[in-house]
Design a protein around this ligand. Structure first.
Ligand SMILES: CC(=O)N[C@H]1[C@@H](OP(=O)(O)OP(=O)(O)OC[C@H]2O[C@@H](n3ccc(=O)[nH]c3=O)[C@H](O)[C@@H]2O)O[C@H](CO)[C@@H](O)[C@@H]1O
Ligand SMILES: C=C(OP(=O)(O)O)C(=O)O
Length: 428
């Protein structure tokens, strides 16, 4: 086991290139299994979720080859292998194996997913969609059993706007007989990316990126080549790092439109944010204004950036309020930020951050992926050295974090945990 060490106080300067989007990658890999020949996916981020999904496909008989960010998936020999346990519990997106397996084989047995613990994360809308398409779904011993004689297109209204349910229903519906309409669909850019791959495989999908998606079922899907969109959450995290410590930082390989909600909030704080064609230039300011933020579904402020921005707001001159309308327990990072000296109160779904605080380096724990990003932001700003444990959460979503930050001038490195430290974590 590793810990991440950060010596704070070093200004950031230079260019950082953003990797492919995690939340696209984790849907595109299961989507690829629906073809009858090889699908090549380029620009994959070097994160643990990608490796695990490739392994899951292999378990079910796919031939996969991952080399320097390009994954080849040959699904020709795949079988509807039950995947009730093991790897599926290591990430959230293993739920896409349900839609993909069901869509390809009319049956699937998949364990309930893992992923970040942010409070309850039900998948009732996914199940509602599968059932509307004709599947019988039962939950037995922590795994979902899905079975259909045939899948038939249907009109499905999502009670909750859900990224996962929208993509999962799309996966199950692309080969269903007839027309499927998903109403109140999520509009995240990753959904468009998945629809683009599926369309290149021969699927007929209209309206991805709007709240009504129309799918005309096809009989066969074929191989193709696809390059993933840039990760707007990774990009946003580096924008926040730059707002915290940046003299002049260029975030390269981004789609600025995907980051408008964050850009406008950073500008409100007094940060200079200049968007180019495929880059964003950030220059911080000596004085940062306090702001209020409410997370919303896309194109609103992303909940996945709520945690890192909370860390940044400890540096603002006054009180800020961050409200998370998507998850009711996404504030575990605030306990750790308090260890570093932050003055934060959590009331229900809101965190009140009283700035300006000079954070101090401390031993802290990444309780989930973006909590880890918040602690990295805090570590960059803090006086002294910050030690972050449970780095495996961070490795789910940030490719080459130390290399990218070191190139910008940060002092950050990884160390093995001693036996005593491992014991301490196991006991806590
Ligand atoms: C792998 C992936 O893409 N993860 C992202 C995805 O997660 P995920 O797809 O799991 O998130 P959803 O969009 O589904 O969840 C949004 C809200 O809807 C609720 N809900 C969802 C499904 C359902 O069947 N019933 C239900 O009540 C959830 O509890 C949550 O409160 O979108 C989230 C919201 O932008 C992001 O934080 C995650 O990074
Ligand atoms: C919540 C997240 O991921 P997941 O849904 O994969 O747990 C995230 O990326 O911030």
């Amino acid at each position: 086991m590793n810990k991440l060490m950060i010596e704070g106080g070093h200004p950031l300067e230079g260019t950082v290139s953003v990797s492919g989007a995690k939340n696209s990658a984790v849907a595109l890999i299961p989507a690829a299994m629906m073809a009858d020949s090889t699908v090549t996916i380029e620009n994959l981020p070097d994160i643990s979720d990608v490796g695990i999904l490739a392994e899951l496909l292999q378990e079910a008989g796919a031939k996969t080859e991952l080399f320097e960010g390009t994954l080849q998936v040959n699904p020709a020999d795949m079988i509807p292998m039950p995947l009730p346990n093991g790897l599926v519990k290591k990430l959230r997106a293993s739920y896409y194996m349900m839609g993909a397996m069901l869509g390809k084989f009319n049956k699937a047995v998949i364990g309930l997913p893992g992923g970040c613990n942010l409070g309850p994360r039900p998948i009732d809308q996914h199940i509602k969609g599968f059932e509307a398409l004709g599947a019988k779904v039962t939950n037995e011993h922590g795994a979902l059993y899905l079975q259909a004689d045939e899948l038939v297109g249907a009109r499905i209204y999502l009670d909750v706007v859900s990224v996962g349910a929208t993509i999962n229903i799309m996966l199950a519906a692309v080969k269903a007989k007839g027309k499927t309409v998903i109403e109140n669909a999520a509009k995240e850019p990753e959904i468009i990316d998945v629809a683009t791959l599926l369309s290149n495989m021969g699927a007929r999908i209209k309206g991805a990126g709007t709240n009504v998606i129309r799918i005309e079922g096809v009989e066969e899907l074929h191989g193709c080549r696809h390059s993933i969109i840039p990760d707007r959450i990774e990009a946003g995290t580096y924008m926040i790092f730059a707002a915290a410590m940046g003299k002049s930082v260029l975030i390269d390989n981004v789609i600025p439109l995907h980051l408008e909600s964050l850009s406008s909030k950073l500008r409100e704080m007094g940060v200079s944010v200049e968007a180019g064609d495929d880059s964003i230039h950030i220059q911080s300011s000596k004085v940062l204004n306090p702001i209020d933020i409410k997370t919303l579904v896309y194109p609103g402020f992303a909940t996945d950036l709520q945690q890192p921005v909370t860390a940044l707001l400890t540096k603002a001159d006054g009180a800020s309020m961050v409200t998370d309308t998507i998850y009711n327990a996404r504030f575990k990072h605030t306990d750790e930020l308090r260890r570093m000296g932050a003055d934060i109160k959590v009331e229900g779904r809101a965190a009140l951050i009283y700035g300006k605080t000079k954070l101090q380096g401390a031993r802290v724990r990444a309780t989930d992926l973006r909590a880890g990003a918040a602690l990295v932001a805090a570590g960059l700003m803090a006086e002294g050295v910050t030690e972050i444990t449970d780095v495996h959460h961070i490795d789910r979503g940030y490719a080459n974090l130390e290399e990218k930050l070191t190139a910008l001038g940060a002092v950050i490195w990884r160390e093995e945990l001693s036996a005593a430290e491992q014991q301490e974590i196991e006991n806590s």
